[in-house]
Design a protein around this ligand. Sequence first.
Ligand code: AMP
Ligand code: ZN
Ligand code: FE
Ligand code: FE
Length: 287
Amino acid sequence: MPATQRFEGPSDLHLHSVHSDGTESPAQVMAAAHAHGLRTAALTDHDTTSGWAEAAEAAASLGMTFLPGMELSSRHEWRSVHVLAYLVDPDDAELRAMTERIRSSRLDRARLMADRISRDYDVVWDDILAQTTDGATVGRPHIADALVARGLVRDRAEAFSGILSPRGDYYVALYAPDPLTAVQLVVGAGGVPVIAHPAGRAGLLPMPLMERMLAAGLAGFELEHRENVGSAVRTLRTLCRERDLIVTGSSDYHGLGKPNQPGENTTDDAMVTRIIERATGSAPVYP
Ligand code: AMP
Ligand code: ZN
Ligand code: FE
Ligand code: FE
């Protein structure tokens, strides 16, 4: 029997743990997925695969299939573009070098933002460090949590719309590769690249860039995601139908960091199968 016949839906392919900016351990994330009725779940922490082992073990003990993933940071001009990287080889040298570079830049950038913020607000770098787990990919959500802990904002959402806004005085950009390079790195690591929340408030990426990414092996788009808005989703749905691309649906669960709940969007079994069959970098972990 082919291995791909052993997973069962419903499947949620985008969840975060404390290895990046989620608030729960990988095992807790898998338990939350299970409690929401999921039978297959991915862990897609930003720019790291360090949560995979714990998630795989927890999923197995819950009778679930674990699908290893990552959400790779990239940037096109001023906007950040997130590339979901499924079933990559976690030891691929080029991908590892890139994720290490991004994570180290994220740390420098968080320090710079902390320096700027601490001129106006009673919060220091140690407050932010206290919100991160050792080795985690650091991001603005951890700064947000420090601001919440200091009573300066109510929640992450308020921090993001104010103090942490890219239009504000405290924002510092992080280093990230361009989206085409990100796709090439994921493909080079045997993985399956899917653009996360591709129809967010920033709108669609320019079509010529998307064409270059598709030519480089971009597999599809996360069309079911609460941050997708407006007619851009319809445009992409048509593109996916015409080109027979992979379409996914996911929660982007961050524990208490966002209202998103596991399983609020799911990915069809046929699409999960296509992801598994296309990958050469690693395999799902079946119960
Ligand atoms: P960064 O990559 O450090 O710039 O931070 C972006 C991350 O913050 C994304 O992964 C989002 O999941 C998270 N994020 C963005 N906006 C919000 C928000 N309004 N509330 C909570 N988390 C957010
Ligand atoms: Zn996040
Ligand atoms: Fe994202
Ligand atoms: Fe995400």
